[in-house]
Design a protein around this ligand. Structure first.
Ligand code: HEM
Length: 476
């Protein structure tokens, strides 16, 4: 029997097939895979229904290990997908953006608009450079005071909040308990992006609403209408601002009120492509992509980093002692529990990888989660260790980093589509966390309020989905 046999053997009877597909897998102890049998040679089998099962969402890594070791390219006929799980193979595919295209044209355009996510090659480079340059290097350093200022403002808001004013704040025995997502991490990344793009402060909560609606609109047909409407509202709003900034650009200021540089919208307004100014529609799509790309991802990174550090108190105390360790903690968090699982690609030509024939135009899922846990690259990958020697946690290189026994993690992708917001999200998470760590004395997770695993005692494993709610207590 091959790994696909039971899918092919499914009865013709539609009802039975439906039940078969609903196969429930038992929840396994963290780190252990459910035994799905072996073939004649003793190779473990994989039932692709596992990828939809709750067990997989809470405990994916043992299954990725089976895939990497036995099926580095797994043809999943149930989902009509080829899963690619080894670090080196994924890196190679990401770098070859002519051979492996990004998502199909138009797939997100109803909501985000026509964005660079759908482009490859020269077309992609041109579009990406329009604003990517404003998010890195000197331009980014200029934005750090604005990020610090925003973090301070939000943290002031909840440290001064009274228990009666919020369901996410509780005071007991001289200790305050907060839910980190509600009071900080959900909104902070969106507000930072609005600030660096150059939107007026008053529009930030409206932006948060548009962001949430557009993100839900990408998720499925129920919420698609809401996403499209939010996109239209955003476009109306941006068009007005664009008209004004074309005439009179606006600036970003440092903490002393000195202008640093024009904001990104003002810069986009004066950008020309092939002699023509960008249209409001094009500017809106760029903005929607930057806001969309930077919200949930950075939220997840902040939440996961705090959860992991507080569950490894020895490492947390090293971070408090030496502030530069926050950079290491950020990168190790993204390697250990990234907020994005992977990216789809479509191969432009017929190819064969690891003996698997992949016809041109197939859907190939590059599993970044798995690359980050590939023990061909990272020793003891399931261990969270901010001091690991095999992870490069310095300045991110566009080409990805693999030298002298160190590799960069895959959470930002590598190659031409490498996340242009990588540095800014790094700054957000690190700057925000440094400020929070000074305000929250002796912080601990309120495990009694956190979701539990199957035994009803241990905390639920982090799995595929970033920590949703993180209840922390600290000295008042
Ligand atoms: C921890 C936070 C973040 C993670 C894990 C993350 C992850 C990623 C990944 C994996 C990609 C590559 C997509 C591909 O290969 O197809 C990507 C692309 C992108 N990200 Fe991020 N991102 C983060 C934060 C941000 C922020 C803060 C921004 C905006 C300020 C941003 C904007 C974008 C954009 C515009 C793209 C598309 C790039 C292109 O197609 O050339 N991201 N991100």
């Amino acid at each position: 029997m091959t790994e696909f046999a039971f899918i092919e053997e499914l009865s013709d009877d539609a009802h039975e097939e439906k039940n078969q597909r609903k196969q429930e897998f038992p929840l396994m102890p963290e780190g252990e895979a459910f035994d799905m049998g072996t073939d004649e040679s003793g190779k473990p089998l994989i039932d692709p229904r596992i990828f939809d099962a709750p067990e997989f969402f809470r405990n994916p890594y043992p299954y990725y290990r089976i895939l990497r070791d036995h099926y580095p390219v797994f043809h999943d006929k149930l989902h009509n997908t080829f899963w690619v799980t080894r670090y080196e193979d994924i890196t190679e595919c990401y770098f070859d953006d002519e051979g492996f295209n990004t998502i199909p044209k138009g797939s997100s355009s109803g909501v985000l608009g026509n964005t660079q996510l759908e482009l490859s090659g020269v077309e992609h480079r041109r579009r990406r450079n329009l604003y990517g340059q404003h998010l890195v290097g000197k331009a980014l350093n200029n934005r750090i005071p604005a990020i610090e200022h925003l973090a301070d403002e939000i943290i002031d808001g909840w440290t001064n909040l009274k228990e009666k004013d919020s369901p996410f704040v509780k005071d007991e025995n001289g200790r305050r308990t907060i839910e980190l997502g509600q009071v900080f991490a959900n909104e902070f990344p969106i507000r930072v992006v609005c600030e660096v793009l150059g939107f007026p402060k008053e529009s930030q909560s409206q932006f948060y609403y548009w962001y949430n609606s557009m993100m839900s609109g990408l998720g499925g047909s129920d919420t698609h209408k809401m996403g499209v409407e939010a996109r239209q509202d955003l476009e109306d709003y941006v068009s007005e601002i664009v008209e004004k900034r074309r005439e009179k650009p606006t600036y970003l200021y440092d903490n002393d009120g000195n202008p640093i540089s024009k904001d990104i919208i003002s810069k986009l307004c004066e950008t020309k492509v092939d002699g023509d100014f960008l249209s409001s529609e094009e500017i809106t799509s760029n903005i929607a992509l930057v806001v969309g790309g930077g919200g949930e991802t950075t939220r997840g990174a902040i939440m996961n980093m705090w959860a992991l550090l507080l569950r490894h108190p020895d490492q947390f105390s090293e971070v408090l002692k030496h502030e530069e360790n926050w950079d290491k903690a950020f990168h190790e968090t993204l390697r250990h529990s990234s907020s994005i699982g992977g990216q789809p690609r479509h191969n432009s030509f017929d190819i064969e990888m690891h003996g698997v024939k992949i016809p041109a135009g197939s859907l190939m899922q590059m599993v970044d989660f798995s690359a980050n846990h590939d023990d061909r690259i990272f020793k003891d990958p399931e261990k969270f260790n901010i001091f690991r020697e095999d992870l490069y946690s310095g300045k991110l290189l566009r080409s990805g980093y693999a030298k002298e026994g160190k590799c960069s993690h895959m959470a930002f992708g590598v190659g031409p589509h490498l996340c242009p917001g990588a540095w800014i999200s790094h700054q957000e998470a690190v700057v925000g966390s440094k400020i929070m760590s000074k305000r929250m004395k002796n912080p601990k997770i309120r495990e009694d309020l956190m979701p539990k695993d199957i035994d009803g005692k241990k905390p639920a494993p982090m799995g595929i989905i970033s920590v949703r709610d993180l209840w922390l207590e600290f000295d008042l």
